[in-house]
Design a protein around this ligand. Structure first.
Ligand SMILES: O=C(O)CCC(=O)C(=O)O
Length: 281
């Protein structure tokens, strides 16, 4: 892991995103993809979440709420292979350069199937929260998208409006779900193992899925340590926190990137939340 290049910093600042081609090895991509497919096929016990404030019926671990799409939330709960993208050596120096002191919050997959319509444009943070001071980039939220399958035109790829993390005007309502028809929009295409890193101040969406094959990406979202709190996305908050029994298997770098979880005070009756040094009940 080292310093990132000035060219990468410049490009990220001017576009709001970077694409790292072939950043993740093919063997890992295949193992991740298999874990997504397996976990999309089963129901997940979420009884531990009953009674947690903010839990809404539409945001389960396996979220089938949207037609022709499956979303899985809180990936390391589902398979250990998902740990491997936490603090990944190909990505870590970008997170440090763009956030400063990053912490991991939610992790989720999105698989799209033929007919999934273009999504609405959105941002995780406001455009005026993206700052550059004295040559240092400060984006309080940065998302890392890993492509597990082809993301070719028509596959329902991410689309973004380059430069919109610095925009001064709101998008007119008529363009709300216009996908690639929206002025300035571009599609983010790539192949398995390619990664897009973007500031969540960037206006982004998903474009229409017209091809027959499945298209899957993983999203690992990070915030500055001062924001490592789930208030901004309360309906997904329970998926962020990983219990000690899961974090026990993390490397020192992965533990450091999830350090805020040490300070969360879970209800000990939630399965997996007991301290690993607690005596067996
Ligand atoms: O893949 C997509 O449709 C875009 C997903 C997205 O914008 C998000 O998860 O915030």
């Amino acid at each position: 892991m080292g310093e990132i290049s000035e060219a990468d910093k410049f490009l990220f600042d001017i576009q709001g995103y970077l694409i790292l081609r072939g950043a993740i090895d093919r063997d890992l991509v295949d193992a991740l993809d298999q874990a997504v497919v397996e976990n999309e096929a089963i129901e997940h016990d979420e009884s531990w979440a009953e009674g947690i404030p903010g839990v809404r019926g539409t945001h389960f671990i396996r979220d089938l709420n949207i037609e022709n799409q499956v979303r899985l939330n809180g990936l390391p709960r589902l398979d250990q292979v998902f740990d491997k993208l936490i603090a990944h050596p190909a990505i870590m120096s970008y997170l440090e350069a763009f956030i400063g002191e990053p912490q991991l919050v939610n992790t989720w997959s999105i698989s799209k199937y033929e007919g999934r319509a273009a999504t609405g444009w959105h941002n995780g943070i406001k455009a005026d929260e993206y700052l550059v001071r004295n040559g240092e980039i400060y984006s309080p939220m940065v998302n890392v998208v890993t492509m597990l399958t082809e993301n070719h035109p028509g596959d329902g790829c991410f689309c973004v409006i380059p430069g919109s993390h610095k925009r001064n005007l709101d998008l007119a309502p008529e363009w709300k779900t216009a996908g690639l028809e929206t002025p300035g929009a571009v599609e983010i295409t790539g192949d398995p193992g390619d990664v897009m890193i973007f500031t969540e101040a960037l206006t982004h969406a998903g474009s229409d899925k017209t091809t027959k094959r499945r298209r899957t990406t993983l999203q690992y979202n990070h915030v500055h340590r001062s924001r490592a709190c789930p208030m901004w996305d309360s309906h997904n908050a329970r998926h962020y926190w990983m219990p000690p029994s899961i974090r026990a298997r993390f490397s020192p770098e992965q533990k450091a990137l999830t350090h805020w979880m040490d300070y969360a005070t879970p209800d000990r009756s939630i399965s997996g939340s007991e301290r690993i040094d607690d005596p067996p009940a």
